[in-house]
Design a protein around this ligand. Structure first.
Ligand code: UDP
Length: 248
């Protein structure tokens, strides 16, 4: 976070041409892997992430099974080719941390108590990273859980806000994340109005923090609408397929 590169131009626009409160273009698709119980894909700017969900299913190893609820396991993994400098395929400390925070962000939304002695396994594969992958990972994992038919209190959606060149901005890309002054990733359950992930990197005043938090929540609400559209699109496609088959 050196702050040396100019991240906001004279017109108030960011390095990728966005206004401060603008999200990157987002594309989501549900149900794309036939061998997982649920799956989803997200493109958020240049970040591309796939999520697969298995379960509820028998726990292996068995001694990890919980008597009163399902065991939620999450693995966030970056493909070696996902970043400019090849990443070792071995799990890094960062990936272990992100697996944990993503699990904790998803956990409050899932009715785990409905499936005692089982496991729900979530795999998040980052195919291309350009900042904000923990947030996009939460958003896409939540879609894959819904696709697997796992009952949830709400969808979880995540988005970061931060500060670059003294301006509070939404949904930072890699350059803004590295060269900006601060970054706060937020996971939010819009119907419940609950935050399940809040981290902060860098320095903000209390006023800036509140502004960034509100902006991140606004971003989450926008992404939530896209999430719902992506889920609906899958069922519209299935309905059309069934209708076509019936007409034949
Ligand atoms: N990154 C990288 N190499 C790595 C890990 C991360 O180039 O081994 C980049 C990647 O673009 C990632 C960004 O750094 O999205 C920001 O990483 P951070 O740890 O802040 O997590 P994120 O913002 O992706 O949730």
């Amino acid at each position: 976070m050196s702050g040396k590169i100019k991240l906001i131009n004279e017109n108030g626009l960011r390095v990728d041409g966005r206004r401060p409160n603008e999200l990157r273009p987002i594309k989501m698709e549900v149900g794309i892997l036939s061998n997982a119980d649920g799956s989803a894909y997200i493109e958020q700017g240049k970040s591309k992430i796939l999520a697969a969900v298995y379960g509820p299913r028998e726990v292996h190893p068995r001694h990890l099974a919980l008597p009163d609820r399902a065991l939620l396991r999450c693995r966030y993994h970056m493909a070696p080719f996902s970043v400019e400098e090849r990443k070792s395929p071995a799990p890094s400390r960062r990936e272990i941390e992100l697996s944990k925070v993503i699990r904790e962000a998803l956990e409050p939304a899932i009715f785990l108590e409905k499936f005692p002695r089982t496991s729900i396994d979530v795999f998040i594969e980052v195919l291309q990273a350009d900042g904000g992958t923990r947030c996009a990972g939460v958003t896409v994992a939540s879609l894959a859980l819904a696709d697997a038919g796992i009952p949830m209190r709400d969808m979880v959606v995540a988005c970061a806000a931060g500060k670059v060149d003294g301006v509070i901005v939404l949904d930072l890309n890699d350059l803004e994340d590295k060269e900006g002054e601060a970054d706060i990733p937020v996971a939010y359950m819009p119907n419940l109005g609950l935050i399940s992930l809040l981290q902060m990197d860098g320095i903000l005043t209390i006023e800036e923090f509140n502004q960034a938090l509100n902006l991140a929540i606004e971003g989450c609400k926008q992404i939530y609408r896209l999430q719902k559209e992506a889920l609906k699109a899958k069922y519209v496609a299935i309905k059309e397929e069934v209708e076509e088959t019936c007409l034949q």
